[in-house]
Ligand binder design. Structure first.
Ligand code: BGC
Length: 908
């Protein structure tokens, strides 16, 4: 950066000697803008910068930083030398940003004693900032070509001549529907299903692409194909389409070109575009896609200019849905003549790529399912009305390859019909798609069962984080269910960097809030349009707070705060005596609990109390003192009402259900003196189920945490490692490769659950993942310090495990905890990122602490304070108490084929 020399002058002495002595390992890395790597099209007027620091030195910290931003060769912000350890979300405070401009950013950071400095550079580009000149265009496809389920996709095209060589070019594009753009025959960008799902009646995102390398001097062609997607396709179970608008689908784009000679030009959507139908004859997320390769788009007809929708157009600031992986089939069977079933060995979300060679006009159909019926055919009853069928009609000129454009399926198995002859195993390849949230966590242990559970959680997260967090990817539902999201959000943060994904979705949550303050059950609010239920609407308070804990994003909390408060007031005004019994809306209760029913008023009131508590905490963070104290008081009053109504003097919670105890304990609704008793009741309630859980969605997330906090890690591990029904292990023993919606999705006694509601890919019960990272591996955080500032490493060996290892790429850098148990010798290695401190709990009698400072002894642990770096501890622990169930180990079953899928504890 040219400007750098100027501002470095005052620091010359410091920097010049430090440059000599700079340890090679002091570095600034991973400089991000609004959580993103070099984003294009950012509409944020004051973007924030986050960077990480690298050094192998122990206890290393940042003492100061300087941020320099320039645009068009001019410095627009120089933060000056700031004495601060801040490295996350530091806001831009320079001159107002211009639309469609590139800004370079450099961050320089000094180490602990200022003896070393290092810097990193990146850039971002602003978006349209509302400055559009393009017109919405569409092409009404022929009525008679439509089916009740879809319509042919319009193909729009514009050819144009560029007179001079191109220096750079950006395409800004969005659609009412889905779009896929090609420039001179090359697909634009990596994403699919653009512009993603929002409430199109209020807000549509647009994407920005650097298309400089795709343009050339002379003739160019920009072609776009549109699909129904969320805008016009089927959503939910009502077989209803056009939730957001009628045909024609719309497209809006501006291509801004800068030539080497300095001239600029814009190609925008307008009446000069041409259109026609083409090979995509039908496409629908739930029904599938039909593609007739014999038809070429002619682009021969004029487009219609549409009246612009009255919505906000906002730059997309979160990951696009992308293809992330390909999975070959592992097996192929022929359950009936000419019908071939491919097994990909993993329940996944995406589509199948077909390879075929056949004479023109051959129709090959591919259907999808998560499981097989006993006769080896696809079991599709649980997809309900989702047809999930793609069809390809061959062109007939040699080998052909087909991938659908505007549909996705949840499947492990795919069936081909109509294939000419016997298809080879590679006739189908599964293509996995998801919102491209970067992976952040690794979790591994000595138990194949637990490792499979972790993989199942990750696969369910992958499959259901698709533009919005959805419940399931396969049946006619696929909605942004709020309850599921709040239960799983913390686990999701461990597995992936979901900061911008959830930031976007929380805008959807606000868009779905009623004028009265009611959050919804699903966001975007569609199909289920009623106000939110206990545990579902409450996600509007819980998720922002959870995210604040993960990323320390105060601005997000501030932007969401009023929405949180209106929700709490909406509940309070309907329930003046503080027992939440009114406005419970769909009131799902402890959804899909097994053999146990918790009082709905109890659940609702517990969540009301929790909301008030979190709101008070948010108000404290945002320094809204009055709110902080009034919502703290509200929490205490609801707590008192809860105790008076639902807890007796023996610490028994009304109904005596596991979920009742779990929520009362975890939401701090049990009088201090009764906590121990309540924990014993919880343990008894588990014993009464033969050592099994009975929790549904609302109880499951806090079940193991409540036991652990109550000192009953033995029981927590027993539930975690159980293989008998109902348990995570039971699903795995019966072949689960994703998390099931219901504990009894399939049982030895009853077979499949009612297909009316039986998904095999629902992440909610995967919310146990956070406990695994925090307690099994031991990467935890001090809740009072946001955004990974207070790292706590506290592994809780148990469950017969001999090792566990996790790493987590936090917003401040990678945290690792890795332990081994051999006999009574316990070894723990931790890695703490630069600029952070941690407390490390080492169990047993410590023999070696690698120079770490002892803080105190506590309940069988020696507690150490450490700064950044790697530390290795060893200790002697007493043998794990013999508790039969918790010591059960998983032996890999020889036989595959138990239950619906067979067991795979080794797979990927
Ligand atoms: C969904 C759930 C959702 C629930 C509401 C179901 O149909 O699949 O995940 O939270 O309805 O109770």
């Amino acid at each position: 950066m040219e400007k750098r020399a100027a501002w470095l002058v005052p620091l010359l002495v410091l920097v010049s000697c430090s440059r000599e002595s700079t340890p090679p390992d002091w570095a600034v890395e991973d400089l991000r803008v609004e959580h993103l790597e070099a984003p294009l099209g950012l509409d944020e007027p004051a973007p924030r910068f986050t960077w990480k620091l690298a050094s192998e030195a122990r206890g290393e910290k940042q003492s100061a930083y300087r941020i320099l931003v320039s645009g068009s060769g001019e410095t627009v912000w120089d933060s000056g030398d700031v004495s601060s350890s801040d490295t996350t979300l530091v806001p831009y405070e320079g001159k107002p940003l211009e639309a469609r401009a590139r800004y370079q950013v450099e961050v320089e950071a000094w180490n602990r004693d200022g003896s070393a400095s290092a810097s990193a550079e990146s850039f971002w580009e602003t978006g349209m900032l509302g400055d559009w000149s393009a017109r919405w265009i569409g092409f009404p496809t022929v009525e008679s070509d439509r089916t009740p389920e879809s319509a042919p996709s319009p193909y729009l095209r514009r050819s144009f001549t560029l007179e001079a060589p191109v220096k750079s070019a950006r395409l800004y594009a969005t659609a009412l529907g889905l779009y896929e753009a090609h420039l001179n025959g090359t697909r634009v960008g990596e994403g699919i299903f653009m512009p993603g799902w929002t409430d199109y009646r209020r807000r549509i995102e647009y994407q920005t692409y650097d298309v400089s390398p795709l343009l050339r001097q002379g003739e160019n062609v920009l072609e776009v194909v549109l699909g129904d997607g969320w805008y016009a396709g089927t959503i939910g179970w009502e077989r209803k389409r056009h939730h957001y608008g009628p045909y024609p689908l719309g497209f809006l784009a501006e291509l801004h070109v800068e030539h080497e000679n300095g001239e600029r030009g814009v190609i925008a959507t307008d009446d000069a575009w041409k259109a026609s139908e083409g090979p995509i004859r039908a496409s629908d997320f739930l029904m599938g896609e039909t593609y007739d390769a014999r038809l070429d788009p002619t682009g021969a007809f004029p487009v219609s200019v549409l009246s612009p929708p009255e919505v906000a157009l906002v730059g997309q600031h979160s990951p696009l849905v992308e293809r992330i992986e390909e999975i070959p089939a592992v097996n192929r069977t022929e359950p009936s003549p000419g019908v071939y079933v491919f097994d990909f060995g993993q329940n996944l979300v995406g589509f199948a790529r077909l390879r075929v060679e056949a004479e023109a006009g051959t129709r090959v159909e591919i259907r999808f399912a998560e499981i097989l019926a006993p006769d080896g055919s696809l079991y599709t009853a649980n997809l309900r009305t989702a047809r999930s069928t793609d069809a390809y009609i061959t062109k007939g000129r040699g080998p052909e390859v087909f991938e659908p454009h505007f549909t996705f399926h949840g499947f492990r198995y795919a069936e081909i019909r109509g294939y000419p002859g016997e298809p080879a195993l590679d006739a189908l390849t599964a293509v996995v798609v998801r919102s491209a949230t970067p992976e952040a966590g690794v979790f591994e242990t000595s138990s194949p069962l637990l490792d499979r559970l972790q993989r199942n959680i990750v696969w369910s997260q992958r499959g259901n984080f698709l533009s919005v967090p959805t419940d399931c990817p396969q049946r006619d539902e696929r909605l942004g269910w709020m309850g599921d999201a709040q239960i799983f959000a913390r686990t999701a943060c461990f597995n992936s960097d979901v900061a911008s994904f959830f930031t976007k979705w929380l805008q959807d949550v606000r868009d779905a809030q009623s004028d009265e303050g009611a959050f919804s059950d699903v966001a975007p609010r569609i199909v289920v349009t009623t106000d939110g239920s206990p545990g579902w609407g409450d996600a509007g308070v819980i998720v922002p707070w959870t995210l604040y804990g993960c990323y320390g994003d105060e601005r997000l909390l501030a932007r969401h705060y009023d929405a949180m408060r209106s929700w709490v007031e909406y509940i309070r005004s309907a329930n003046p005596d503080l027992i939440r019994k009114n406005k419970l809306n769909n009131n799902y209760g402890d959804w899909v609990a097994i053999g146990s029913e918790t009082s709905k008023e109890l659940l609702a009131t517990a969540f009301f109390a929790h909301d008030a508590d979190l709101l008070a905490r948010a108000a404290r963070v945002l320094e809204r003192q009055e709110d902080a104290s009034s919502y703290q008081t509200l929490f205490e009053r609801i707590r008192a009402a809860f105790i008076a109504t639902f807890i007796d003097e023996e610490g028994r919670v009304l109904g005596d259900t596991q979920t009742g105890y779990v929520l009362a304990l975890r939401f701090d609704l049990v009088p201090e003196e009764l906590r121990e008793k309540a924990v014993s009741h919880l343990v008894r309630a588990i014993e009464e189920k033969g050592g099994h859980l009975s929790t549904g969605f609302l109880g499951v997330k806090d079940l193991l945490p409540a036991l652990g906090e109550g000192g009953r890690f033995d029981v927590a591990y027993r539930l975690l490692m159980n293989e008998t029904f109902p348990s995570w292990g039971y699903e795995i023993r019966n072949g689960a490769t994703t998390i099931w919606e219901r504990w009894d999705g399939w049982t030895e006694e009853k077979g499949f659950q009612d297909p009316g509601m039986n998904s095999f890919n629902h992440y909610a019960f995967g919310s146990v993942g956070e406990w695994m990272y925090e307690n099994v591996a031991g990467i935890d955080f001090d809740e009072s310090a946001p955004a990974n500032e207070g790292i706590v490493i506290r592994p809780r060996p148990g469950g017969g495990l001999t090792k566990a290892r996790a790493s987590y790429d936090s917003i401040r850098g990678r945290i690792e905890s890795d332990w081994n148990l051999e006999g009574t010798r316990f070894e723990l290695t931790v890695r703490i990122p630069v600029n952070t401190d941690a407390v490390v709990y080492v169990p047993g009698a410590v023999e070696d602490a690698d120079g770490a400072t002892v803080l105190r002894e506590e309940e069988g642990f020696t507690v150490f304070a450490v700064g950044s770096g790697r530390y290795r501890f060893s200790s002697r622990v007493s043998p794990e108490p013999e508790r039969s169930a918790s010591r059960r180990r998983v032996a890999k079953r020889e036989a595959v084929g138990v239950g619906p899928h067979g067991t795979d504890l080794e797979g990927s």
